[in-house]
Design a binder for this molecule. Structure first.
Ligand code: FAD
Ligand code: NAG
Ligand code: NAG
Ligand code: NAG
Ligand code: NAG
Ligand code: NAG
Ligand code: NAG
Ligand code: NAG
Length: 622
């Protein structure tokens, strides 16, 4: 292979995009890689074409994915041919931070200033081909804020090459190339992933951001759904779908951060939403998905075709069964929303003592089953505050479909109890005819791309409240982690599947949960020596998470600890066994691999600091 590649002479004028026109209502689907295209390339003796063929036969067992510098790493000439076949869609990775490094060849003082100013905004990373919002997994080897005159910017965990896809043929070419050349393959959509699943050293990446079509379908009919729907490309973000829904007087489901991709990791991982108490998880919305399989073949998975795949793609994880290129999601009637926001500051410099703060919090937590029953959604954050206290922000507490008067009477007993305890809160109430203005006004844009941050989560089932001793032990455990320095992001809501929902692979632990919590540890700027950082990480996985696990066997795999022991049970619940079976059938060579993905146990990223779980190393069999 090596000799062949080195001797290859490239006549760029002879090679054009490898794609055939196929009629389709979706623009991206009109260009596909077909057997006829490949036969044509073979007839024309296009060099290297064997790299791009369909093939479902497992390759011979190989120890590691091919890595840059290896003898069988594709030559520059092969990469050039690949680029021509994709219609010049190939990008050689330049780390987003390179503009801040003086010796990188990409230095620009003004671009660096702009990058630093926009660093914590999701769009900065969404529109970059490789940047991700959890920079820790990249190794922070080209972090714009850490550049000094002599420091060097390296690729770290970033992939080597990216295909900026706008059509199906390009996705198929990339999948075939990675499979035949035994490359690591990753998919990046927006880069929101918290576990390092949208990047990988030495990989070829498929970037779905520009698959961004949104089409309103006023009425469709499937065995389970008659009504409105949207057809959306894989790169569509929540904010695009929310805006379209408002325009057509309907309601759709997406993450609370507008930049989260709807058809990517969100639907693949389950996806929770402020609308979930009424209409279910993100994955409960999908009616049809277009997918490029590990074999390179393009299929539609829906209620009547590829039904195992259809089941698995809804909640069974991203970058595991293939590349989703577009999907059809439910559009519900317009739903009015009422709710409130408030904030409480406790500690020595305030009027709220820490004792009062926790009394008030327990009074709130005790009422969770009742609120969940009313299909309420309450999203709040607790952060450490000066004076040893805590800052608690109710971002919104809202109930889809409930009039404000009813909302006020729902919360009145809690407010009265707080008053009795001595806590005065000043709620700001709201009521709107649809979800869009609530989302625009009451879901503040989240800060992303924090350095050196690790998160973990837990889904606590309602059963914990049936026994007061157990319930209080749960509260004490969560409190103890916050007292030890963690932030707490908490959601009190119900995530069961509405009647008529098509069964899916969504984590079974969602369905009986009424409290979803996220905790985190951050050591950025701490100046701690590496051995202390390692100790802190161990404390997080074992001690902090260990205090919460006894009360909730499940966690949300999209917002979770990548070191979760027994992740199959925690992230996929009762669906794990069937998912593994489907994975083995569809992807016998493990072309698609992500940490904590279904069937990922057979491989690991080798590196010098494995406890940090970066994606900087080579991917090898365990
Ligand atoms: C600020 C912030 C807010 C969030 N809010 C919410 C929330 O409200 N609700 C919620 O449920 N989650 C939320 N999340 C978590 C979010 O759902 C996950 O990070 C999700 O995986 C993001 O999907 P993505 O496609 O946008 O991101 P990416 O990081 O690009 O991709 C995530 C994973 O999906 C894979 N993937 C992406 N696209 C495809 C595709 N087309 N085909 C196959 N695999 C694909 C990637 O390979 C990767 O493994 C939030 C995350 C952040 C950082
Ligand atoms: C095959 O090649 C011929 C000649 O270049 C071209 O006209 C035809 O469209 C090609 N067919 C496909 C399916 O690519
Ligand atoms: C950078 O390199 C120059 C020349 O080698 C050296 O004099 C200087 O001390 C270095 N600065 C830092 C911050 O390492
Ligand atoms: C990716 O492709 C889109 C659509 O062709 C194009 O507008 C965009 O500039 C490309 N991005 C990069 C970084 O090449
Ligand atoms: C499912 O997809 C197939 C293939 O595209 C299509 O023929 C069929 O009509 C679809 N079924 C439903 C219920 O939409
Ligand atoms: C949405 O509803 C408003 C008010 O009810 C109406 O004026 C508008 O025409 C509707 N828009 C669509 C696209 O149906
Ligand atoms: C504490 O309460 C007093 C009296 O009600 C008030 O004047 C003061 O502003 C409060 N301080 C804070 C920090 O809320
Ligand atoms: C309640 O929970 C506690 C602690 O988990 C347990 O010891 C006790 O047996 C439980 N009581 C009942 C009635 O189940």
């Amino acid at each position: 292979m090596l000799l062949f590649s080195v001797c290859l002479e490239l006549d760029a004028t002879k090679i054009g995009p490898a794609a055939e026109f196929v009629p389709s209502p979706i623009k991206a689907n009109t260009l596909q890689l077909t057997d006829a295209v490949l036969a044509n390339l073979t007839a024309q003796k296009v060099a290297g074409v064997s790299f791009f063929m369909f093939n479902t036969k497992p390759a011979a067992n190989f120890e590691c994915k091919v890595f840059p510098g290896d003898l069988d790493w594709p030559s520059k000439a092969i990469w050039s041919i690949f680029n021509l076949l994709t219609g010049n869609a190939l990008i050689e990775t330049v780390p987003i931070g390179a503009v801040c490094y003086q010796n990188s060849g990409f230095y620009s003082a003004s671009a660096c200033t702009d990058l630093l100013a926009g660093w914590t905004k999701s769009n900065t990373h969404v529109r970059d081909p490789t940047s991700v919002m959890s920079p820790m997994y990249q190794g922070e080897t080209c972090h714009p804020a850490r550049a000094s005159p002599n420091s060097t910017c390296t690729l770290g965990g970033f992939p080597s090459y990216v295909v900026n896809v706008t059509n199906i043929a390009q996705v198929q070419l990339a999948v075939n190339f990675a499979r035949v050349a035994k490359l690591r393959l990753v998919v990046k959509n927006t880069g929101h992933d918290f576990l390092g699943k949208s990047l990988g050293a030495g990989a070829l990446s498929i970037w779905t951001h520009h698959l961004n079509e949104v089409q309103f379908l006023p009425k469709i009919s499937t065995p389970s759904w008659t009504g409105a729907a949207f057809r959306i490309g894989a790169g569509v973000e929540g904010r695009h779908l929310f805006a379209a829904a408002e325009r057509y007087n309907v309601t759709t489901v997406g993450g609370e951060c507008g930049g989260v991709g709807v058809a990517g990791g969100y639907t693949a991982g389950g996806g929770h939403s402020p609308m979930s108490p009424l209409v279910g998880l993100g994955s409960d919305q999908a009616l049809s998905l277009d997918v490029v399989l590990p074999s390179g073949r393009f299929v539609t998975a829906n209620e009547t075709h590829e039904t195992d795949l259809f089941w698995a793609l809804r909640g069974g994880g991203g970058n595991t069964f293939g590349v989703v290129t577009s999907m059809i999601v439910k559009a519900h009637p317009k739903i009015p929303v009422s709710g409130m926001t408030f904030s409480v500051l406790s500690g020595a410099e305030t009027n709220v003592s820490i004792t009062l703060f926790w009394e008030a919090m327990y009074a709130y937590w005790r009422r969770f089953p009742g609120f969940a029953e009313k299909r309420s959604y309450a999203y709040s954050t607790i952060f450490p505050a000066p004076g040893g206290g805590y800052s608690w922000s109710m971002l919104p507490w809202m109930v889809p479909g409930m009039p404000l008067a009813e909302f006020k009477s729902m919360v009145a007993p809690l407010l009265a109890e707080w008053e009795e305890l001595g806590l005065k809160v000043t709620p700001y109430y709201f009521e709107y005819p649809s979800f869009y203005p609530v989302w625009k006004g009451h879901f503040p844009e989240e800060t992303v791309a924090n350095s050196d941050l690790r998160v973990g989560s837990r889904l606590f089932p309602k059963g914990n409240w049936a026994n007061a001793t157990r319930r209080d032990a749960l509260f004490d455990s969560v409190r103890s982690v916050v007292e030890d320095g963690s932030a707490l992001i908490q959601y009190n809501a119900k995530y069961d599947a509405p009647e008529g929902t098509i069964p899916s692979a969504a984590n079974t632990h969602w369905r009986d949960a009424i409290w979803f919590t996220i905790i985190g540890v951050n050591w950025a700027g701490s100046g701690l020596p590496e051995v202390e950082v390692e100790r802190l990480n161990k404390k997080f996985h074992q001690d902090w998470m260990g205090r919460l696990r006894p009360f909730g066997p499940g966690a949300y795999g999209n917002e979770a600890d990548v070191m979760e022991p027994n992740f199959g049970e925690a992230f996929y619940g009762g669906n794990y066994e069937r998912l593994v079976k489907i994975k083995k059938e569809l992807d016998p060579t493990d072309l698609f691999w992500v940490p904590t993905g279904v069937g990922s146990e057979g491989w690991k990223v080798k590196g010098s600091r494995e406890w940090l779980t970066t994606q900087e190393g080579r991917l090898c069999r365990v």
